[in-house]
Design a protein around this ligand. Structure first.
Ligand SMILES: CC(=O)N[C@H]1[C@@H](OP(=O)(O)OP(=O)(O)OC[C@H]2O[C@@H](n3ccc(=O)[nH]c3=O)[C@H](O)[C@@H]2O)O[C@H](CO)[C@@H](O)[C@@H]1O[C@H](C)C(=O)N[C@@H](C)C(=O)N[C@H](CCC(=O)O)C(=O)O
Ligand SMILES: Nc1ncnc2c1ncn2[C@@H]1O[C@H](COP(=O)(O)OP(=O)(O)OP(=O)(O)O)[C@@H](O)[C@H]1O
Length: 514
């Protein structure tokens, strides 16, 4: 299931620790330890085991990790952390066992202990919310760099340690990977780390063993109702991050109901940001100007100091993301005036976010963006911004993920039909679902909302994009929403290499526009 974790995300010079010490110091039931041994790392998949690792054999949806204990031993694992059922399965590996009733809940602490990530930690930022997490994480990292701080970053798109970039698989890595990455970051003298935190990561104990200095909340809107039975449960998963056991301080955008509730109900000090006049908040954001590839804004602090700057990206929502990033930095102790000074020196926030409102066109032909929007709210904010800057029509190409929250599809179709002039519906990661069924749901939503909207159904994404470009005039905008930074298209369990950004550039070149 998991590909190997790149060695660049593990410490180069791990320091051994003995399991008996872990039992002693972390309060594990010593009767669960069947032999002592020194460990240098922890891994959650037999495929990721490096020599000297403690293999965490967890029960999963499809397998019990303990059935791979022999494979882990063959790769150099020196002990197994598992539950009582796993202890039976792992016995034949002959490795010492550390048995605990809920190994997943123990994993963060164990990994933090093995990798010593609690000792002299960097400043750790966490970002959560339905939309905008990746963008905010990049924005925090960008300003840290501008301030001269060596930073680390972990997002859906990439993990970054200083200048090294490694592609990501999950939004938030497993606890084993996070602590290994933090240990590697320490070797690279990283002093501040930004982690994107999904709701699933909180629920699945992936961020256990970390105390965040500042956590930020973007918004909460419809998504992931396949993993959470209600918005309330989804909210609870996010709120759990804003707890004294997990974080010292929080920052929330309080435009929406959930942001306000989070600020009111959290048991950690919370700073609030409002991006509309009718919202009461300590910090206020005003968008000064929106252009095709830049948004300028002014942030007013609780003490009335102001910071006026810009992001080199389209959209008022990117100004909200930037405001959250800046207030998180202030809450972490960075001085607002010092931040204002470097941003003025550099002409704004110097950031590149792969596949988020990314303009791929040049000076000729229509303006073309590739974006990662895959929720009703993401569609809304992006299309509303495009409508404000467009001098021509907005043509939108999109699909919807297979095997993911099916309840949002009709709403996505409806928003596209209401806010775009032309809609091209295509396939996007159908996974194991019938792609025609997904398209039908999107089209049903679109036609119910705007019966006479111009809608094209073109299954092949490359053909759909080219059809949109053929329809576009010089002053039109083409938005290709969904694929963002991804470099594959997932069909029936197979990942077919496909980069929408490269394909869009190729299509523009074919037309002599780039
Ligand atoms: C549905 C779900 O949550 N699945 C998670 C779950 O997988 P699983 O229980 O099916 O694992 P399994 O295949 O039964 O295997 C059991 C154990 O055996 C191990 N194993 C398995 C095979 C093998 O050869 N060797 C081996 O060691 C596995 O590493 C695992 O620990 O446990 C795995 C390892 O602990 C997770 O990686 C996996 O997340 C999958 C990849 C996933 O897609 N999760 C999604 C829902 C997710 O977390 N998404 C959010 C993004 C949200 C957003 O859009 O913002 C995220 O943070 O990425
Ligand atoms: N503040 C925001 N409010 C609403 N939509 C947003 C916001 N910021 C970004 N988006 C939209 O959501 C898409 C995903 O953005 P981003 O990757 O930053 O969010 P995310 O929460 O990290 O999502 P994911 O975890 O799926 O990557 C963007 O491409 C854009 O369409």
């Amino acid at each position: 299931m998991t590909d190997r974790i790149p060695s660049a995300l593990r410490p180069e010079h791990p320091i051994p620790r003995s399991l008996s010490q872990l039992v002693e110091e972390a309060g594990f039931d010593a009767s669960g330890l069947t032999g002592d041994v020194e460990v240098t790392g922890v891994s959650l998949s037999s495929k990721d085991v490096a020599p000297g690792d403690l293999y965490a054999a967890l029960p999963g949806v499809r397998h019990h990790g303990a059935s791979f204990a022999a494979d882990a031993a063959a790769s150099g694992a020196v002990a197994v952390l598992t539950d009582p059922a796993g202890a039976v399965l792992a016995a034949e590996s002959g490795l010492p066992l550390l048995v605990t009733p809920e190994p997943r809940a123990a994993l963060g602490e164990v990994a933090a202990w093995v990798y010593r990530t609690r000792i002299d930690p960097p400043t750790i930022f966490g970002v959560t919310g339905t939309n905008g997490k990746t963008s905010v994480a990049y924005l925090v990292e960008a300003v840290l760099r501008q301030l001269g701080v060596v930073a680390g970053l972990s997002t859906t798109a990439e993990r970054r340690i200083g200048d090294d970039t490694i592609a990501s698989k999950l939004t938030t890595p497993e606890a084993t990977e996070i602590h290994a990455m933090l240990a590697r970051m320490r070797e690279a003298d990283v002093r501040a780390v930004v982690l994107e935190v999904s709701a699933q990561a909180v629920t699945q104990h992936r961020v256990d063993g970390i105390v965040f200095d500042v956590v930020g909340f973007t918004n909460l809107t419809h998504d992931h109702l396949d993993d959470y039975s209600s918005m309330e449960k989804y909210f609870e998963a996010k709120r759990a991050l804003f707890d004294p056991d997990r974080a010292r301080r929080g920052v929330a955008i309080v435009d929406g109901e959930y942001g306000r509730r989070l600020a009111d109900e959290s048991r950690i000090p919370m700073a609030t940001i409002g991006t509309r006049d009718d919202v009461e908040a300590e910090w206020s954001l005003t968008v000064d100007d929106e252009a095709e590839d830049a948004t300028s804004f002014t942030l007013v602090a609780p003490d009335r100091r102001t910071l006026s700057t810009s992001v080199p990206l389209l959209g008022a929502f990117m100004a909200s993301n930037a405001a959250l990033a800046l207030v998180m930095l202030v809450e972490a102790g960075f001085d607002l005036d010092a931040i204002a000074h470097v941003l003025e020196r550099d002409g704004g926030i110097d950031v590149y976010i792969p596949g988020r409102a990314e303009k791929v066109s040049g000076d000729r032909g229509p303006t073309v963006y590739v974006d990662y929007g895959h929720t009703p709210d993401g569609f809304t904010v992006m299309l509303e911004s495009m409508r404000r800057v467009a001098t021509g029509r907005v043509i939108m190409v999109f699909g919807a993920d297979g095997d993911r929250d099916t309840t949002k599809r009709e709403e996505m179709g409806a928003i596209a039909a209401r806010l775009a002039d032309v809609v091209v519906i295509t396939d996007f990661n159908p996974r194991y679902e019938d792609p025609a069924t997904i398209r039908r749901a999107l089209i049903a939503g679109a036609t119910a909302a705007v019966p006479d909207r111009e809608i094209h159904e073109i299954a092949d994404p490359k053909a759909a994009l080219r059809a949109a470009l053929d329809l576009a005039a010089e002053n039109d905008i083409v938005l290709y929403a969904g694929p963002g930074h991804e470099d594959y298209h997932e069909v029936a369990g197979e990942r077919i290499p496909y980069s929408a950004r490269d394909d869009a550039r190729r299509a523009l070149q074919e037309r002599g526009w780039l």
